[in-house]
Design a protein around this ligand. Structure first.
Ligand code: ZN
Length: 288
């Protein structure tokens, strides 16, 4: 078997944009991420992280030695650009029997039964991994709670991703990262700019507020205008709305709750959930 090595490295702030270019077809529809550690090699055995030769060795290991048709999708090391796309994200990987069909697999360099996860190089791997997980959850519209550990697979007796890695920490940290305002991706200037948001067909939707320089609208108002009749559920911590209309439920980060308790989200997140794109001209956003 041959495994196609992608071998591209990303910094945490670059990875989301890469994931946006991944086209997921009917053959492989990941719904969550499965987290692993490499165990062997340990961090100590890779003082400079993964070199290109290490990646080639892994490609040989999975494809030839193991004879698998796939591998984990992503590897993480402690470099600045420590998020490595190993095999194509749009193809099924091999990393956990019960989760191969439905998840992306991600391997953190290290042996977290024994190597520290919250200090030293382990903490650098950890931070790269949490950023990658957040970007992957966002790409899939998956809640942080959907993340599984390899050891959650009833077919394995491994401790993977290591006994020092706690689910509560991972879910909490990823939720925090998903809540954090994304880098401004629309033109922002000083002051309190007013935005106009136009629905397909040209009707404006109101009211529009601004958070971190980007327009936000009421979740329900916006989605009812685009796709009436959906169901809404606000998470217990009020950080996310799950919206069920046609197709699979979408998870949308909440930007603000207003005084009446209504959830507001970034226009970009809502449009994404509804399968729409935005055209931005000045301070006018056209949903198309
Ligand atoms: Zn594992």
């Amino acid at each position: 078997m041959a495994i196609q090595l992608v071998g591209k490295r990303f910094r945490p702030d670059q990875f989301g944009a890469y994931l946006d270019t991944v086209v997921l077809g009917p053959a492989f529809q990941p719904r969550f991420v499965t987290l692993h550690h490499t165990a062997s090699p340990t961090l100590a055995q890779r003082p400079d992280g993964f070199t290109q030769q290490h990646l080639l060795n892994l490609q040989h290991y999975y494809g030839v030695k193991m004879g698998w048709h796939g591998a984990p999708h992503v590897f993480i090391d402690d470099r600045d650009d420590g998020i490595i796309v190993f095999q194509p994200m749009n193809l099924r990987g091999v990393h956990a029997v019960s989760f191969n069909k439905t998840s992306w697999g991600m391997e953190m360099l290290g042996y977290y039964d024994a190597e520290p996860f919250h200090t030293g190089r382990g903490a650098v791997v950890r931070d790269n991994a949490m950023a990658a997980l957040a970007a992957m959850c966002k790409r899939l519209g998956a809640a942080p709670e959907s993340i599984r550990f390899h050891r959650d697979d009833p077919t394995t007796r491994k401790s993977c991703p290591g006994r020092l890695v706690e689910k509560a920490y991972v879910v909490g940290r990823v939720a925090e990262l998903l809540r954090a305002p994304a880098a401004p991706d629309m033109s922002g200037e000083a002051g309190w700019p007013e935005w106009t948001v136009l629905l397909p067909g040209g009707a404006p939707i109101e009211p529009v507020h601004v958070t971190d320089g980007r327009p936000i609208v009421r979740v329900r108002t916006f989605l009812e205008a685009l796709a009436p009749g959906g169901k809404y559920a606000l998470s217990a911590d009020k950080q996310r709305v799950t919206w069920s209309a046609a197709g699979s439920p979408k998870v949308i980060p909440v930007a603000e709750l207003d005084e009446a308790g209504a959830a507001w989200s970034f226009v970009r997140d809502l449009a994404g959930a509804a399968g729409r794109v935005l055209q931005v001209a000045g301070r006018t956003v056209q949903v198309v």
